[in-house]
Design a protein. Structure first.
Length: 250
């Protein structure tokens, strides 16, 4: 019924807004995508789906289940089916596997103007290969960190360098305290701390600001992390366009 679908709009927008926070996006994306898919298929969503995210399961398995459900959705408001496809894609992007099928489902269900060419190009450019997950990016940076610390600039002068070397050796056997970390040492550790907090954008910004001599070691990692940020931001902007009355296509 038109009135029923119209009344669901504000509730849908209110429920979706937490998904735009990266920390909540995956878990609630699964719950709300299941809710939307069951509603679009004509059934009532379970009460538990409205109250909490699904129980802990393998991430890839849950993506596969939602993908299979979306493939059978042939009715219901197009906007809601498009948002459900966007939530499914959001869940798939959180994994390191390719997401070409999820992207194609999103493109097929997109209302006119809902998926502008620049956003579509960003999503499609990585869909066939996938991207390292945030956990993998964190592990790869941890593997780089010893090399970064070894190559980080040190104080000039032979005397200063010799003093630091002697103090570091003496601290290893408990004779002296360890030398104070340099600014670059602290900055390198700061990137790892941002990654542990789940703040990939800040970690990328901090890593890009490290000393130029360290950038060749970081080039591959920065490219992968930057690509993940671009994909996540493109999908979030797609959802925002559907939720914002001023930006929503007419």
């Amino acid at each position: 019924m038109p009135n029923a679908h119209a009344a669901r709009g504000p509730r849908l927008a209110s429920a979706l807004r937490p998904l735009l926070t990266p920390a909540l996006g995956v878990a609630w994306g699964f719950a709300l995508a299941a809710l939307l898919l069951s509603g679009a298929a004509g059934g009532d969503a379970p009460r538990g789906a409205q109250a909490a995210a699904p129980p802990a399961e393998a991430l890839v398995e849950r993506v596969a289940r939602l993908e299979a459900a979306l493939a059978h959705v042939d009715s219901g408001p197009r906007d809601e089916r498009f948002i459900a496809a966007a939530l499914l894609l959001q869940a798939a992007i959180a994994t390191p596997r390719p997401w070409l099928r999820e992207y194609r489902a999103l493109a097929r269900l997109a209302p006119p103007g809902a998926l502008p060419a620049p956003l579509a190009e960003v999503l499609l450019s990585h869909a066939a290969r996938g991207l390292p997950s945030e956990a993998e990016l964190r592990e790869r940076y941890a593997a780089l960190q010893p090399q970064l610390l070894a190559r980080a600039p040190r104080p000039d002068g032979l005397v200063q360098q010799a003093t630091l070397t002697v103090r570091a050796a003496a601290s290893g056997i408990g004779l002296m305290s360890a030398p104070a970390p340099t600014d670059q040492d602290q900055a390198i550790a700061g990137v790892a701390q941002q990654l542990r907090r789940g703040n990939l954008a800040a970690a990328v910004a901090d890593a890009a600001a490290l000393d130029p001599t360290l950038q060749p070691l970081l080039a591959g990692w920065l490219a992968q992390a930057g690509a993940r940020l671009a994909v996540e931001q493109a999908l979030q902007e797609t959802l925002l366009r559907m939720l914002s009355p001023s930006a929503r296509p007419g």
